[in-house]
Ligand binder design. Structure first.
Ligand code: UDP
Length: 489
């Protein structure tokens, strides 16, 4: 049975507006909302998804719900539930199919299950929603709800789809065919990139790019002491002096040449405070492109250590000193993800086959996940300690790691094959886009060229932050929602 989720305490609009550079985006949002809110008088927005915890949607909804409330729009969040494991297996299958993977076998049995679970959940919503309310359904799991409830309760209906693939595939086509009967009950559908709009909804589609919250632990400004403290407390660096705060209970680990993870600074400090640092933080997923990035950096470093460096003394020093951090979740936190384990094993094998002098230049880091807050601070501090952030994904829905680093004024190296990153990063404006993330030569050459030009890197970092400020913060997202409401009401 579906249930209503209490919204935890989250910052209010005035908390955001107390940050000097957020005054303007908050005001722009309030102005946009002022024209729309009166039109929504008497209606409540109901956000419905399939999980209260875990995953990007559940993470984003509390902030969104509380900001909508702050803007004067009554908003609630409900989650559908089922004790039928087959239902979640089916929705996972649909999810994978939309991403082009899995067997495209969806028949009447699956439809009956999908309809049945949603019909059961509809009864709770029937008791909560009132005529005229706005039902916003997130992702495919609760998609049938609109056809069950719309006419009966005279609801206004929106489907928000957070997933997608920028290439048509037989798998994707099968999923969209399965979902097609439920689309008719939605007045509009919102996708995270234009490429993700399926033909069946193109007449009602809008695009809202994801956005980041600039004051969370992941993205908030960190002062010098705090950055040093986080990196030292988490074991990613050796503290240059005494610290007020004690080490974290769970600390980062670094892969050793023996193929095992050890405390990250067991062999001394890696150099995050002083060396040029190139970083990628991602899940251990083959599509994140860790392996070609690792190979590219190893080849680059081999050339430099063999005497093939620049004759320019400054750039030559950068080439000598630069090191790479490849970070992702601690393997113990992904025990239920056999694919992640396989990818990590493949990466370990590549790393262990490198010369020790090259291994020394590459920190393969496992970040503990027990504390979401400490993990977020580690990612934040690592991104801030970076000269360049790479997101070498072969495919990427959006790539929040790109947005997060851009927000921190770090120039990005990514590619134009990955849909999300190419929407965020403008080549030679916010960083560089290579064409092929598996082309290790071009990756190494681009990295080297980026390292060579500090002025460009500074300019790209500034542009990147500004671009996120204008387009990829939660405020821009909410303004888009206001525009959609303005068209609907
Ligand atoms: N992330 C994290 N710790 C890790 C690895 C990743 O907090 O060890 C975060 C990262 O900062 C980002 C999110 O996980 O906020 C990944 O989102 P993205 O859109 O980049 O990729 P996804 O994992 O959704 O494919």
């Amino acid at each position: 049975m579906a249930f209503r989720v209490e919204i935890p305490d989250t910052p209010s609009l005035s908390d955001y507006a107390s940050v000097a550079h957020l005054v303007a985006p908050v005001r722009a949002l309030q102005e946009e909302a002022a024209a729309v809110v009166p039109k929504l008088e008497g209606r409540t927005i109901w956000m419905v998804n399939s999980t209260a915890q875990g995953g990007g949607v559940a993470e984003m909804l509390p902030t969104m719900v509380s900001l909508l409330r702050d803007l004067g729009i009554p908003t609630e969040w409900a989650v559908i539930e089922s004790d039928k494991a087959e239902f979640f297996a089916l929705t996972k299958q649909i999810h994978n199919l939309i991403h082009g993977e899995g067997t495209p076998e969806l028949g009447p049995e699956q439809r009956e299950l999908f309809d049945h679970v949603n019909a059961e959940n509809a009864s709770f919503l029937r008791s909560q929603l009132k005529p005229g309310d706005i039902l916003i359904v997130h992702d495919p799991q609760p998609m049938p709800l609109a056809s069950v409830l719309k006419d009966e309760l005279d609801l206004r209906t929106i489907w928000r789809c957070h997933i997608g693939l920028d290439q048509a595939s037989p798998a994707g086509n099968a999923a969209w065919k399965f979902l097609m009967p439920y689309a008719a009950a939605y007045e509009c559908a919102i996708f995270s990139a234009p490429e993700y709009i399926p033909g069946m909804l193109s007449d009602r589609a809008h695009v809202i790019f994801p956005g980041i919250n600039p004051i969370t632990e992941k993205n908030r400004e960190l002062g010098l002491h705090k950055t040093v403290g986080v990196l030292a407390n988490s074991g990613l660096a050796v503290a240059p002096g005494p610290l007020v705060t004690p080490p974290y209970a769970q600390r980062a680990q670094r892969l050793g040449g023996d193929g095992a993870f050890h405390p990250a600074n067991v062999n001394g400090d890696f150099g995050l405070f002083t060396r040029p640092i190139v970083t990628q933080v991602s899940r251990w997923d083959r599509l994140k492109g860790f392996e070609p990035l690792l190979r590219a950096f190893a080849a680059f470093k081999t050339r430099i250590l063999d005497g093939g460096g620049s004759s320019d003394p400054l750039h030559g020093a950068r080439q000598q000193l630069v090191r790479m951090v490849l970070a992702g979740p601690d393997p113990s936190s992904i025990q239920d993800d056999p694919e992640g384990q396989d990818v990590l094993t493949e990466l370990k094998n590549v790393y262990c086959a490198l010369e020790p002098s090259i291994q020394e230049c590459i920190a393969f880091v496992a970040l503990p996940m027990e504390s979401a807050q400490e993990n977020a601070l580690m990612v934040n501090a690592l991104q801030r300690a970076s000269t360049i952030v790479v997101q070498n994904s072969l495919r990427e829905g959006f790539g929040l790691t790109v947005t997060e680093a851009m927000w921190k004024r770090i120039p990005i190296l990514t590619n134009d094959q990955a849909c999300g990153p190419r929407h965020q990063v403008r080549d030679t404006i916010d960083g560089r886009l290579v064409h092929d993330p598996t082309d290790t030569e071009s990756l190494a050459a681009t990295l080297d060229a980026m390292l060579a030009d500090a002025d460009e890197r500074n300019r790209w970092g500034r542009n990147a932050q500004r671009h996120v400020h204008e387009r990829f913060l939660i405020f821009s997202q909410l303004r888009e929602w206001m525009r959609i409401f303005a068209q609907m009401f």
